[in-house]
Design a protein around this ligand. Structure first.
Ligand code: P6P
Length: 293
């Protein structure tokens, strides 16, 4: 009999398990609702990006579900301009990208929900996470989490989320590379680094959603980056709601992440909207990358 996520969570702190289980329970609602939440909203998020109906709905839905649980003190969401207070007596503080890659909905490509879980008040360094997870709405819905107990993947079935992979590690050596931004805008040294990987036979996989592209690196190894660009030295990805969460997961899976100079998990946030150049994947590739900057 396959291990359910509820059974797998029995080995961790009860409140943290209850939180992760709650988040897993919203996955199928979001997946079921996506066909009906299409089109553009008439608003922009704090980053000036046009919000989609699905972005706003998923954000509100998740925040209200977390509020009902009573364990969450605050939420920092990509779709909210400020920290959202939920329960004064809550134990956890959450970073949330409710529907990462939502521009992919129109073309039915991968989107997902990214969640970082902290006990410290936000904003704080990513290394202070107590758990991190994402849900990927793909051909099948999958959920990946770590509570500092390794990285574990679950498949959504008629019986709910069941264990598919336990203590996942990035395969060595990796096979893939996926890089955001336009090649002409990459820093010259980074362009040469990528051309070296191409010469070594790394295959390009880039799908326009961090959650989908990271998930490929977790399964096949390699490197994903939304790099520093000539005109945008901080790249595009948000430190709190995107890069810190995946960096916490990749470290538990034997990989690493960097801003180009140092670990993303060590960055002291200056604001909840801070962007960070993001390079993430096999440790050996990240170490090699840091030498060129
Ligand atoms: P581009 C999605 O909007 C996102 O924040 C990440 O999920 C993804 O990696 C990146 O932006 C895609 O950006 O410029 O390729 O559309």
């Amino acid at each position: 009999m396959a291990t359910t996520i509820k059974e797998h969570l029995e080995t961790i702190d009860n409140d943290l398990a209850a939180l992760i289980l709650k988040i897993s329970s919203i996955a199928n609602t979001i997946s079921d609702e996506l066909p009906y939440r299409r089109g553009k909203a008439d608003t922009k998020n704090v980053f000036g990006e046009l919000q989609l109906v699905a972005d706003k709905w998923a954000d509100q839905f998740i925040i209200e579900e977390l509020r009902k649980l009573g364990l969450v003190k605050t939420v920092v969401s990509e779709e909210q301009p400020d920290i959202v207070p939920l329960n004064d007596s809550g134990t956890f503080n959450i970073t949330l990208d409710p529907l990462d890659g939502s521009s992919n909905i129109e073309s039915n490509n991968l989107v997902g929900t990214i969640i970082g879980i902290y006990k410290e008040d936000l904003p704080t360094q990513g290394k202070h996470q107590v758990a991190a997870m994402y849900i990927l709405y793909g051909p099948v819905a999958t959920l990946v989490y770590t509570a500092q107990n390794g990285v574990h993947e679950f498949l959504y079935t008629k019986e709910g989320f069941v264990l598919r992979g336990e203590n996942m590690k990035l395969p060595e050596p990796g096979k893939l590379y996926g890089i955001g931004g336009l090649r002409k805008d990459w820093l010259p040294a980074f362009r040469q680094y990528i051309e070296q990987l191409e010469a070594e036979g790394y295959k390009l996989r880039y799908g326009g959603s961090f959650v989908g592209d990271f998930n490929q690196i977790l399964h096949y190894g390699g490197i994903f980056a939304y790099p520093a660009l000539i005109e945008k030295p901080n790249g595009k990805l948000r430190l709190l709601v995107e890069s810190n969460t995946m960096s916490f997961i990749v470290k538990q899976a034997g990989g690493a992440s960097t801003t180009g100079k140092s670990s993303i998990l060590d960055v002291v946030p200056e604001s909840i909207t801070q962007r960070v150049p993001t390079y993430i994947g096999n440790k050996e590739l990240i170490e090699k990358l840091e030498k060129i900057f």
